[in-house]
Write a new protein. Structure first.
Length: 54
């Protein structure tokens, strides 16, 4: 499913990232979202490792 989303939106978004500064900003935002997701996963699930392995 994520590949379909990337094919639909990812390429269009990547064309808008034109400078190293915007690339760094996007990277930092994605890392922040990743850490927030992991934090929520570990707080809300009893066995988060099983969900991660799926």
């Amino acid at each position: 499913m994520s590949a379909l989303r990337w094919n639909k939106y990812g390429y269009l978004l990547s064309k808008k990232i034109m400078t190293p500064e915007s690339s760094n900003l996007v990277y930092r935002l994605m890392k922040l979202l990743e850490y927030l997701f992991l934090t929520l996963l570990y707080f809300c699930c009893r066995k988060p490792e099983e969900k991660i392995s799926k």
